[in-house]
Design a binder for this molecule. Structure first.
Ligand code: NAD
Ligand code: DAU
Length: 351
């Protein structure tokens, strides 16, 4: 059945992969990408699909309640896949309020608009909230997060995402809104903003600049290829029962220092440098405040119920990611110089 789906945050890293997947795989759907285009939003991420007839972009801020209500009134969406967020933990430490505004208030504004417009007839309507494993807090040396792990967020970022998850569930329990939530581990892949560990390290190694590793690099993250995340979102959006939560992860734990050493070896090979050249750039720096030691996701529920498993081995995926950054020097240069923000002005405002 044709559907009109609002995807928020579609100009960001994961959002752009989700938009591309839905626009390409569902030509009979109408996909509306809503994004404020903050520093993290980049319409060049979608230049390959921006002219498709089933795709549209709207520049709006989810913190503006009246604008959200008006959008829902005029567009009559069948579903929402909500990814728009402030996403970087380090930024949340310096400016927590921005995270409360977008991640909590923005999510509640969307929930209110959906509830108001759908008016209790939630047949064929769905609100999907894309969330993070960071809501569960930190693990010690062993164990994994399951869907029943108690929330224990530590950073302002994870506290804001935990709060938004609670609001989404509350709207299901209180008003009967059809909701689904997924909590995913660290993503990697193309179009990742170079403030996050992997693209930052690729960019710095390429430019022979220091690669900052927090503390002693002992923290562990579970890495998942972004296109596997987008596929999981597709499967959950279409097949999950209302009110369900799914954990999404790569079964792929790496200590930061081991990951960076692997990346250094790949970069030496790709840049045809002497083995060991890139590793000399590794610089241990002051640790992140409240740095969670370890994340690991148990995604058995998703595998068992919806038959999803990651498709790509990490070493292969990391090499693919490095290739993308080296082949897309313009994208990286535009992002690091700030020029990408002119893309919207040129491509859209003059139409
Ligand atoms: P990102 O920072 O790359 O993109 C976020 C997008 O949201 C940007 O395009 C930005 O312009 C937009 N945005 C921010 N504030 C907005 C506002 N007020 N109104 C409208 N748009 C706004 O983030 P990402 O890494 O792609 O993450 C996307 C979602 O997935 C987030 O909700 C994040 O919490 C979640 N998530 C991310 C990861 C990860 O590893 N990156 C893992 C699990 C979950
Ligand atoms: O787990 C899911 C989360 O993964 C998402 O919800 C977040 O939106 C996403 O940003 C990511 O959070 P992390 O804090 O884990 O990602 P980041 O790339 O910032 O850091 C990964 C690890 O590397 C973490 O242990 C901190 C460390 N780090 C990070 C940076 C930027 C460094 O050692 N040096 C760095 O320069």
């Amino acid at each position: 059945m044709p559907k009109k789906i609002l995807i928020t945050g579609g100009a960001g890293f994961i959002g752009s992969h989700v938009v591309r997947r839905f626009v390409s795989n569902y030509p009979n759907y109408e996909i509306v990408n809503l994004d404020k285009l903050t520093y993290a939003g980049n319409l060049a991420n979608l230049s390959d699909i921006e002219d498709r007839p089933n795709y549209r972009f709207v520049k709006l801020d989810i913190t503006e309640a009246a604008a959200m209500n008006e959008l829902f009134r005029t567009e009559n969406f069948d579903g929402v896949i909500h990814l728009a967020a402030e996403s970087h933990v380090d930024r949340s430490i310096t400016d927590p309020t921005a995270f409360v505004m977008t991640n909590v208030i923005g999510t509640v504004n969307l929930l209110n608009a959906a509830r108001e417009h759908w008016k209790g007839s939630y047949e064929e309507k769905r609100f999907y909230h894309v969330s993070t494993d960071e809501v569960y807090g930190a693990l010690g040396e062993t164990g994994m997060f399951t869907e029943s792990t108690a929330y224990d967020p530590h950073s302002p970022y994870s506290a804001s995402k935990a709060s938004s998850d609670h609001f989404v569930r509350a709207y299901h329990d209180t008003y009967g809104l059809d909701v689904v939530i997924s909590n995913c581990s660290n993503n990697y892949g193309s179009h990742h903003f170079p403030e996050k560990l992997i693209p930052l390290a690729i960019n710095n190694i390429k430019n022979s600049k220091p690669v900052p590793v927090y503390g002693r690099g002992e923290n562990v993250r579970d890495w998942l290829w972004v296109e596997d995340h987008a596929r999981a979102i597709d499967v959950i959006y279409h097949q999950a029962a209302s009110g369900q939560t799914y954990n999404i992860g790569g079964h792929n734990e790496w200590k930061n220092i081991d990951l960076i050493n692997l990346l250094c070896r790949i970069m030496d090979k790709k840049l045809e440098r002497e083995p060991g050249t890139s590793a000399k750039l590794i610089t241990f720096v002051t640790d992140r405040a409240g740095h969670d030691l370890r994340y690991a996701i148990d995604s058995a529920k998703l595998q068992k119920e919806l038959d999803w498993v990651p498709s790509l081995q990490f070493e292969e995926g990391l090499e693919k990611t490095v290739d993308w950054y080296l082949e897309n020097e313009d994208w990286l240069n535009n992002v690091t110089s700030g020029n990408y923000q002119a893309y919207y002005e040129n491509q859209y405002q003059n139409r």
